[in-house]
Write a protein that binds this ligand. Structure first.
Ligand code: NAD
Length: 362
């Protein structure tokens, strides 16, 4: 039976429209092969929305996103809007979108592509075969806990305060995403905390351990965050799925991503309890190369694959896109950011054409 899905496209700024155009062509090709009917609606966000409406997240955009089954975003921001007041900056639009869709789980894969292994700063034998997913809690923890601020202490000095706090319910809902993500992968979940020192982490560990009984097919382990940071560079292949809080996840997801060495290859997903998820590359709008057909569209295309897998429950479509990416890399196609000697240089559009060719060959 044909599945019908409504997708909101947010091309945004800089290289956004170029890489989005490639992702949409790829999705159309996959849809024709997987009995998927995809209905695309484009909306404004970031600098493009500021120019057209004065707001980085027009109400109409948020409404369109809420009514859709998934949201595919490219990137926002650029020099032109850098000096606006914080409320009018493109980034405020993105934060508003995440809050407006209630996205509390951020999924960031760090996958080593065999063809790009030399882009990593670590030794080949350490990173070969790395395939990690970091599930980070996004809306709680120390970034949001109260009290926070800079206060006057009894000594007359200023005292900076932030509070790391999690409710049981907040831990349970992110732990559930962690277990379910591990189920879709290799069935191993590592929960990262600092339970030897922090009470909030002890509660985190207790709740995650309790939930494990509901997922007998997932093998659960725990690590303290300092050890996890060390293990990620010492022996990253031991990890499948990592679940952790906001602060630890912020740091570990960047550390894990950099094992791969190439920012133009990194997708991400943000999910809520219900409603549409948001799928976007990790990189920004790269204003230095915008409009020059130099952008690498693969992070955007891989974000579209995550959308099919985690947002629209179409793993076979996601598999096809990921296979196509592997195939074009195997054929030697490279945009400037991942170019190496002896490879075939292509622009953003050229990479898109190579992907379509690969998809048609399956
Ligand atoms: P950036 O990720 O845009 O660029 C960093 C460097 O990586 C640049 O040299 C750029 O050319 C290169 N690069 C990034 N993506 C690439 C791709 N797909 N292909 C080839 N090269 C690529 O980060 P920045 O320069 O710090 O920020 C530029 C703008 O993007 C700023 O306005 C910033 O606020 C915004 N930004 C947006 C997001 C987002 O939309 N989620 C994230 C980060 C930064």
């Amino acid at each position: 039976m044909t599945q019908h899905h409504r997708i909101t496209l947010l091309p945004g700024d800089g290289i956004g429209p170029e890489i989005m155009a490639v992702a949409v062509e790829v999705l159309r090709e996959v849809a024709s092969k997987c009995a998927l009917q995809l209905e695309f609606t484009e909306a404004l966000i970031g600098g493009a929305a500021i120019d057209a409406t004065g707001s980085p997240l027009p109400e109409e955009t948020l409404e369109t996103c809420r009514k859709s089954d998934a949201v595919l975003l490219a990137a926002i921001g650029g020099y032109k809007w850098d000096n606006l007041a914080r409320q009018q900056r493109p980034e405020t639009g993105l934060l508003g979108l995440r809050a407006g869709l209630g996205l509390f789980a951020n999924l960031r894969p760090a996958t080593i592509f065999p063809q790009l292994i030399d882009a990593s700063s670590l030794k080949r034998e350490v990173v070969e075969g790395v395939d990690i997913m970091v599930v980070r809690e996004l809306t709680g923890g120390i970034y949001f806990g109260q009290p926070k601020g800079i206060f006057e202490a009894e000594t007359g000095e200023k005292r900076g305060v932030n509070t790391m706090a999690y409710l049981e319910g907040e831990i349970d809902r992110i732990a559930k995403v962690g277990f379910e993500t591990a189920q879709k992968r290799r069935g191993k979940l590592c929960s990262v905390d600092k339970a030897n020192v922090l009470d909030v982490s002890q509660l985190w560990r207790d709740r995650v351990t309790l939930m494990a009984a509901q997922y007998p097919d997932v093998e659960l382990s725990h690590l303290y965050v300092d050890n996890a940071a060390m293990q990620l560079v010492r022996a990253p292949k031991q990890f499948d799925t990592i679940v952790t809080g906001n602060l630890f996840g912020d740091i570990l997801s960047d550390e894990a991503a950099m094992l791969t060495g190439s920012i133009g290859m990194l997708p991400s997903a943000s999910l809520g309890a219900d409603g549409p998820g948001l799928f976007e590359p990790v990189h920004g709008s790269a204003p230095d190369i915008a409009g020059q057909d130099k952008a690498n569209p693969l992070a955007q295309v891989l974000s579209a694959a995550m959308m099919l897998r985690y947002g629209l429950d179409c793993p076979e479509g996601a598999d096809k896109i990921e296979q196509a990416v592997l195939q074009v890399l195997e054929q030697g196609y490279r945009t400037g950011d991942i170019m190496s000697e002896g490879m075939k240089a292509v622009g953003c559009q050229g990479m898109g054409e190579a992907l379509l060719e690969a998809l048609r060959s399956f």
